[in-house]
Design a protein around this ligand. Structure first.
Ligand SMILES: Cc1cc2nc3c(=O)[nH]c(=O)nc-3n(C[C@H](O)[C@H](O)[C@H](O)COP(=O)(O)O)c2cc1C
Length: 304
């Protein structure tokens, strides 16, 4: 028997695989489907904003092949008013729901966080890293000082765990440092990396927004590197995200220092049961190599 339980950013989870923000997390029925079929240890909602957003016109996602994607959905979401319904869908099955939010300034972030907390969120994830929406996300989260202000302010109005999601930027160590000193309980690493695809016959950028975010397997080695560097610097609680399609991807994140992972792009082309397969794969790996507790793997690569 191996022990898969993990403590991360103020939550205790049955196993280390949760679903990340973006796919199947903006509707209670889809959340119930994810839980019933995939049994993730937690769910992160689609990022919610103060008001409903329609997002960009299609095409909003490009399949690049090799399990890699570019997307510029434009943070389309039903708005914070649905937060209670989303949280209740998870509560029905005792699955923690982490509410992802994005505001346009410090006050809006604090407002969205307190509404989420009073609606029963298990934790709040601040999306400070969406790479393709003006005035939200990366425009704020690339700046270490703004990040500090947002995190500190949100921390002062909520009691539930606070997770900060960052992008794979060159200054990620600075921004991580400010997030932690502002009171973050965990860092979620990473959001998508800016990228572009052009149709060579029309000469037109394929995504309506022109520039999108790279996700999937192509992002995985970058995400593992960011987790490794941030863990080496701060030994903090980290949730790894980027290109997890198989149990090997989960194990790499754990070895680099993550205590849990999120899965997003793999749910575009696979049914939610992929989460169960990942968990079985982790168990098999641990038994084969003689690890009894997940804690033995976390950060192991730093001892080498
Ligand atoms: C279609 C799509 C929509 C996404 N929407 C969000 C979002 O609303 N909020 C967020 O923080 N990240 C969003 N992401 C980023 C993912 O949560 C994740 O950080 C990124 O895709 C890397 O993980 P992956 O390779 O498993 O997809 C989205 C990704 C995709 C592919």
């Amino acid at each position: 028997m191996v022990r898969l339980k993990t403590k991360v950013g103020g939550l205790t989870l049955r196993h280390p695989v949760m679903t990340g923000s973006g796919v199947l997390g903006d509707n209670p029925d889809l959340i119930e489907r994810l839980i019933n079929e995939g049994a993730p240890s937690a769910i992160v909602t689609k990022t919610l904003t103060k008001s409903r957003r329609e997002g960009y016109l299609p095409p909003v996602i490009v399949d690049l092949g090799c399990d890699s994607f570019l997307n510029a959905v434009g943070l389309a979401n039903p708005g914070i008013d649905v937060v209670r319904e989303l949280v209740m869908a998870g509560m029905k099955y005792s699955t923690p729901v982490i509410v992802s939010i994005a505001g346009s300034d410090v006050e809006e972030f604090a407002y969205l966080a307190s509404v989420s907390e009073s609606s029963g969120a298990s934790a709040i994830e601040l999306n400070l890293s969406c790479p393709h929406v003006k005035g939200l996300g990366a425009e704020l989260g690339r700046d270490p000082n703004i990040t500090y202000e947002v995190v500190r302010n949100v921390r002062s109005v909520i009691k539930v765990p606070l997770w900060i999601k960052l992008g794979p930027w060159d200054n990620v160590i600075d921004v991580a440092s400010k997030s932690l000193s502002g009171g973050a309980d965990a860092l979620v690493l990473v959001n998508t990396l800016r990228g572009m695809k052009i149709d060579i016959y029309s000469g037109r950028p394929i995504l309506t927004a022109h520039i999108g975010g790279l996700s999937g397997r192509a992002l995985h080695p970058i995400a593992v590197r960011v987790v490794y560097e941030v863990y080496r610097e701060f030994k903090c609680d980290i949730v790894g995200v980027g290109g997890v399609f198989d149990y090997e991807g989960v194990i790499e994140f754990l070895l680099a220092g993550a205590r849990a992972v999120q899965v997003v792009s793999a749910l575009i082309k696979n049914p939610p049961t992929i989460i169960r397969e990942l968990v079985r794969g982790i168990e098999g790996y641990m038994s084969e190599l003689g690890f009894k507790d997940l804690d033995e793997i976390v950060g192991y690569a730093h001892k080498k």
